[in-house]
Design a protein around this ligand. Structure first.
Ligand code: ZN
Length: 343
């Protein structure tokens, strides 16, 4: 099969021929139709995320099962599928509670700790394939359907994690990014007032199109002040911080109102300060959110199947052009998601 391989950090993709994968016990192989190209995997290419090289990255796929190994149930040849990003054990206390991103025996992630989908075929544990629900035209919109598994499902999960209610005000920091813009879309779907926060004015129009009611230009700082002004000093109900730098988290915490919730995901993981007095007196929550469960992916796919939301893919290029696409991702020049056409 044809594959685009990374041989080390900060190196270009190399187009190689690899043997077609064969499914062992408990495994399945899918033919890849499209695969999303987001910042998570660009971090691998750029060397900001350590992996063993050589590595084939990519996990946001639309594909079709071509082989199932011995002992596999619930999947058959010809099934249209997407992928679950995390390699989890399936039997620890967290997996058993349907909270598999918290797995105690995590094997890592597809395309990082095992080869992913920048190739004609991808072999994974069978439970890492999720069959697409009825009503999705995966042949007509493979790129959009393929990115649901992360770019749309992650924002969907955050709404649940932060207990977002209709009528609340939600601020999205990093709203112009691939996940951020889908968070704007999903927050609008949840019938909230959405404030998009970003430093890049070139992304504001797309944020408004995705559903933002107001836009905050963070390039001059004063993020908390602007959010407080937009809420008549009451503060926002929910801040979702996709940048999660120390400064953005501290601005987000200062902008929270009573019963406000701050959600961190992505970012550097560095410390930040929040006021315990505000947490206590205003009954605020500081929350982390880590990827999604399989059921959240299925729920997100069903939203798309029902036509309630639709992912935004603005760049779709052949697999061989992965290098050029990743240049765009690295420079932050993609609006919504980019994807590669494999078949
Ligand atoms: Zn587990």
């Amino acid at each position: 099969m044809k594959a685009m391989v990374l041989n080390g950090p900060n190196l270009p993709f190399e187009r190689v021929e690899r043997p077609d994968p064969a499914a062992g016990p408990g495994e399945a192989v899918a033919r890849v139709i499209t695969c999303g190209a987001g910042l998570t995997i660009q971090h691998v290419k750029a060397g900001r995320r350590k992996v063993q090289f050589p590595r084939i990255i990519g996990h946001e796929i639309t594909g079709e099962i071509v082989e199932v190994g011995p002992g596999v149930r619930g999947l058959k040849v010809g099934d249209p599928v997407t992928t679950y990003f995390y390699l989890n054990c399936g039997h620890c206390r967290w997996c058993l509670q349907n909270l598999e991103p918290l797995c105690e025996n995590s094997g890592g992630q597809v395309g990082l700790e095992c080869d992913g989908a920048y190739a004609e075929y991808v072999k994974l544990p069978a439970r890492n394939f999720i069959r697409l629900p009825e009503g999705l035209d995966h042949k007509k919109h493979p790129a959009e359907i393929g990115v649901v598994t992360d770019a749309l499902a992650t924002p969907y999960k955050v709404l649940r994690r932060a207990r977002v209610n209709a009528g609340e005000t939600v601020a999205v920091i990093g709203a112009g990014g691939g996940l951020g813009i889908h968070q704007v879309m999903m927050a609008k779907w949840a019938r909230t007032r959405v404030i998009a926060v970003d430093t890049r004015a070139s992304k504001f129009e797309a944020c408004r199109k995705a559903g933002a009611d107001a836009v905050v230009d963070a390039s001059g700082g004063r993020v908390a002040e602007q959010l407080l002004e937009l809420t008549q000093g009451r503060g926002v109900d929910v801040v979702i911080d996709y940048v999660s730098a120390t400064a953005t988290l501290e601005a987000g915490a200062r902008a929270l109102g009573r019963r406000g919730r701050l959600v961190t995901l992505g970012g550097s993981g560095k410390p930040f300060q929040a006021l315990a007095a505000d947490m206590l007196n205003k009954e605020q929550d500081l929350l982390g959110s880590r990827y999604v469960t399989r059921s959240e992916i299925v729920a997100s796919l069903e939203l798309v199947a029902r036509g309630e939301v639709f992912p935004l893919v603005t760049v779709l290029r052949p697999l061989e052009e992965a290098e050029a696409v990743h240049d765009l991702v690295e420079r932050g020049e993609v609006t919504g998601r980019a994807a590669l056409q494999v078949a």
